[in-house]
Design a protein around this ligand. Structure first.
Ligand code: TNX
Length: 540
């Protein structure tokens, strides 16, 4: 791989009173491209620059609006779009090159032209994310910018992994649509392409379902929330609560708005509807979903809860199918996440419905009962043309060849899946849990779930470790998870994501990484872009 100078030396100077010219001198890009070669000269980007689209593709309109957004932020108005031009002698040219891998691009900045070649619109979009970094934060903060002199460079780039994910837990704390869009913007900046939306949990049901209106009428609101650590782990009168109701949910229209906003950024949204555990909010809405039928409250504290869906009753499956039928209508994603993690069997062991089901189906263990439930859900999804993703617990009761395993308790689940021919996504808590503390100096960090995941550890992740060449093919990608037990609002979410998402995006994107020291040298330029966008991030 070509090495290049990373130190960022953007300089802006005034030319009389006619506006600022920003002239970055070096390039610094995250995730690191496959190759970067600096050449002579610079392209002068101004509000008069023309963008020429030399081929047609439906998603090019997303590319055009991304370019418009970037240039508008600098000049106050976007560059001129020329959708049918064949004049490629000046300006930014979008070129079709079918030899370039999907999502990859070639970006060549020269004195008169910026050529962006790709085989997909997504590739062109990622080229623009790189271009934004070539322009430097200076372009976005200098004000009254007349021109940005982008250094001449030749970049070839393509991602290592096809699934580059970020999960946001909106079950613990609800994040309004604007905040979700902010997370999507951050993802796009890092060339991440899959948003895993954790929509249901014990503490809140966040997605409108017409057939079951109480899910949001009842299940989206809790009375109060634990706000500190429970001193004795018993959730009793010593537990600190805020005594403020917390709630919120997305209407179907808002869900569609988010899916569309993501698509415009080449991000697929995968919804997660938790089954059979993490279900208290659903059970509080419809008590007949549990083994006992008792009326519960939406949960107000964290950790694993014994109260889960009853897989003995047929009505539980009717419910799940009713919910998922609406979910697949709202989300065009190939995959639907069904949870499957952390499901105690305490209530199943005393439940006559569960006993009957086990007898009828010849199930010997409660894990097999869980497997029976997951299997039925998977069949339903497959009948609707979707594949199921589950947390690695789904391996315990056996999976079908189509199931995709999301490995979170270390990489073992992902490795086991790959070895038996199941596709897997690596999201081990040891490298990918962005809710963990960023430093050991907890006193000086916001209260977090626990754990310790410094930037360097994220960067050190090798998603293929322990796998043979042929097994590697089963690893779809990697994902960072932002669980929000102690993250009540978006600024704190940004702080937890950044800059760790930068390290993770390089793990996912770059085939031949230059190493942590090299990454750290490139990071200040990206951090300056975070500042320009107003994102909170952890100072180093
Ligand atoms: C485990 S990861 C969970 C979540 C918690 C998280 C806290 C997983 C599948 N389940 O419910 O929020 O730990 O780090």
């Amino acid at each position: 791989m070509k090495r290049f100078t990373y130190a960022i030396a953007a300089c802006a100077f005034m030319i009389g009173c006619t506006g600022t010219v920003v002239s970055p001198e070096t390039v610094s890009i995250i995730p690191e491209p496959s190759s970067v070669e600096m050449t002579e000269g610079a392209f002068r980007l101004t509000e008069k620059t023309q963008a020429n689209f030399l081929y047609e593709a439906p998603e090019l309109e997303y590319v055009a609006s991304a370019l418009e957004d970037i240039t508008e932020a600098v000049f106050g108005q976007g560059v001129k779009m020329n959708l049918s031009s064949l004049d490629a002698s000046h300006g930014i040219n979008f070129i079709l090159d079918e030899n370039i891998p999907s999502e990859g691009y070639k970006l060549e900045v020269a004195a008169e032209t910026i050529d962006i070649a790709s085989s997909t619109a997504a590739g062109a979009f990622y080229a623009l994310q790189t271009l934004r970094q070539l322009m430097t934060a200076e372009a976005f903060t200098a004000g009254d910018v007349k021109a940005v002199e982008i250094p001449a460079v030749r970049i070839e780039d393509a991602p290592l992994l096809g699934y580059r994910g970020t999960m946001l837990d909106v079950g613990r704390y609800f994040f309004p649509v604007e905040d979700v869009k902010c997370v999507l913007d951050i993802m796009a900046m890092h060339k991440m392409n899959t948003f895993h939306w954790h929509l249901t949990d014990d503490q809140g049901w966040r997605i409108e379902i017409d057939k079951y209106p109480k899910l949001t009428e009842v299940g989206s609101m809790r009375k109060r929330t634990i706000i500190g650590k429970d001193p004795n782990g018993e959730y009793d009168e010593n537990t600190p609560f805020d005594n403020v109701p917390h709630g919120g949910f997305y209407t179907k229209e808002q869900i569609r708005e988010v899916v569309e906003y993501a698509a415009e950024r080449f991000i697929t949204v995968i919804p997660e509807i938790e089954f059979p555990g993490h279900a208290v909010a659903a059970l509080a809405s419809y008590p007949w979903l549990s083994c006992t039928g008792e009326q519960y409250e939406v949960r107000q504290s964290w950790d694993i809860d014994d109260r889960v869906f009853c897989p003995g009753k047929e009505t539980t499956f009717e419910f799940m199918e009713g919910v998922l039928a609406e979910v697949v209508e709202m989300f065009p994603s190939e995959y639907i996440h069904i949870g499957g993690d952390e499901c105690p069997t305490k209530f199943w062991q005393k439940c006559p419905h569960c006993a009957k089901r086990m007898k009828e189906e010849g199930l010997k263990t409660y894990r097999q009962l869980q497997g029976y439930g997951i299997d039925r859900i998977e069949k339903f999804l497959e009948a609707h043309g979707r594949h199921m993703i589950g947390w690695d617990e789904i391996l315990e009761a056996g999976v079908t060849p189509n199931s995709i395993v999301m490995s979170w308790r270390g990489t073992e689940g992902g490795i086991k899946a790959a070895k038996q021919g199941n596709r897997a996504i690596m999201a081990p808590s040891t490298y990918c849990y962005l809710d963990y503390y960023q430093s050991e100096d907890r006193e000086n960090e916001p209260l977090a779930w626990g754990g310790h995941l410094p930037l360097e550890k994220v960067y050190s992740f090798n998603p293929f470790e322990g796998l043979s060449e042929s097994e590697k093919d089963y690893i779809l990608g990697v994902q960072g998870n932002l669980w929000t037990e102690y993250i009540p609002e978006i600024k704190q979410a940004q702080y937890m994501l950044l800059p760790r998402l930068a390290a993770l995006c390089e793990v996912a994107w770059t085939s031949d990484r230059g190493g942590y020291d090299d990454f750290i040298e490139r990071l200040p330029a990206l951090e300056a872009l975070y500042d320009a966008a107003g994102y909170q991030h952890r100072a180093r």
